[in-house]
Write a new protein. Sequence first.
Length: 142
Amino acid sequence: MQRIKIELPENFQFVTDIPVRITDLNYGGHVGNDTILTIIHEARMQYLKSHGISELDFGGVGIIMSDVGIQFKNELFYGDVVSASVTVGEISKIAFDIFYKLEKKSDGKTMLVAAAKTGMVCFDYSKRKPVAVPQELVAQLR
C-alpha cells in the first residue's frame, strides 16, 4: 500500500507554539488525527494574521482548502506544546501549497510529530468560483 510522503522544505517563514489541551485527547489518550488537522488550521490562521491577511480577506478574495495530506510521526499528549512551522510552497495561477512541520520537545530532544501540506485555492465567495491569486501577495508569501 502506497503511503503519503511529504517532502518538507528546508526553510519555514513562520513558527508558533500551540499547547495541547485536555479536550484535544481522544479515547486512546493521545491527540487524535482530527485535532492534528485543527492544529494545522490554527497555525495557518496565525501565519496569515502575521501577514495582515485572513482566509476571508486574502488580498480581496477568499481562500479554501482543496486538499490536505498529513504524515503522522509521533504522538502528542496533554501538556505537550507543539511548535508549528509554516511556509508557502508552489504558487500557481489560482492556488498555492502551504507546508506545516509540527514538532515537540521531549527529554531535551526535538521530535517531528507530523508533516503536512494543504492545497489552498483562491475563491470568490460572491461568485462561488475560483479566482487568480492576488499578485500583490505572491512576493509577500515567498
